[in-house]
Design a protein around this ligand. Structure first.
Ligand SMILES: [Zn+2]
Length: 94
């Protein structure tokens, strides 16, 4: 997939992400299919969500450097590799 361009400014958008804090750990926000479902304890909602971890996809965010608009995508592979290269699509199968 190509790097998106801003719909208003027509300039290339900068890749990034929005961190999600869990305790003292920072992780990438994820998208899950379907409506949110609450975990239950003795039939009562706990306030926590039931997640199928394997169906979650990291959310990548592109930002326009001119008008600061954000555009979000969810992909099975989205983030930065150890060399700092931005990844946002599943590698092609051989
Ligand atoms: Zn723009």
């Amino acid at each position: 997939m190509k790097t998106p361009t801003c719909a208003d400014c027509k300039t290339k958008m900068e890749p990034g992400f929005i961190p999600n804090t869990r305790g003292d750990t920072e992780v990438q926000h994820c998208w899950y299919p379907g409506p949110p479902k609450s975990k239950k304890w003795f039939g009562r909602p706990t306030g926590s969500l039931k997640l199928d971890v394997l169906s979650g996809m990291p959310i990548m965010v592109f930002r326009c450097q001119d008008c600061h608009q954000l555009k979000l995508f969810a992909s099975p592979v989205a983030g930065f590799d150890e060399a700092g290269k931005f990844l946002w699509e599943t590698p092609a199968e051989p």
